[in-house]
Write a protein that binds this ligand. Structure first.
Ligand code: SF4
Ligand code: SF4
Length: 120
């Protein structure tokens, strides 16, 4: 499963970030979310939803003796992995990193995204 992004449809409402933190840590705190709405370059100023791309070749865990499949299911990661991700797709807040675990196969962000910028 992957979440598809259509950034032209993103209104920048941040509901996806809110529901991500609420469903994973039980509180609305967009710093503790695995998705971020970033602004594209100044020329277009598009909102760009950013989160883990679920790569087959996971540069983020290079050098670790772990099972990829298990790590993909975890929401909280060590922040060193965020530094290794070439896509800046793992969100760091204080000493923790927040990684998209696809909500175990039922992504909540896609449900609150009424403009359909995020779709499974
Ligand atoms: S919920 Fe959808 S429209 Fe709102 S910020 Fe997230 S991706 Fe953009
Ligand atoms: S954290 Fe980065 S490198 Fe790792 S799977 Fe996600 S997008 Fe790919």
């Amino acid at each position: 499963m992957k979440i598809k992004v259509n950034k032209k449809k993103c209104s920048g409402c941040h509901l996806c970030e809110m529901v991500c933190s609420l469903s994973h840590v039980g509180a609305i705190n967009i710093e503790k979310s695995a998705i971020r709405i970033r602004k594209d370059d100044l020329g277009t100023s598009l909102n760009t939803p950013t989160f883990c791309l679920q790569c087959k070749d996971m540069k983020c865990i290079e050098g670790e003796n772990v099972q990829e499949g298990l790590e993909k299911k975890k929401f909280i990661w060590d922040k060193e992995r965020a530094e290794r991700c070439p896509f800046d797709a793992v969100m760091v807040f204080h000493d923790e990193a927040y990684h998209c675990d696809l909500c175990g196969g039922n992504p909540q962000c896609t449900k609150v995204c009424t403009p359909k910028a995020l779709r499974v």
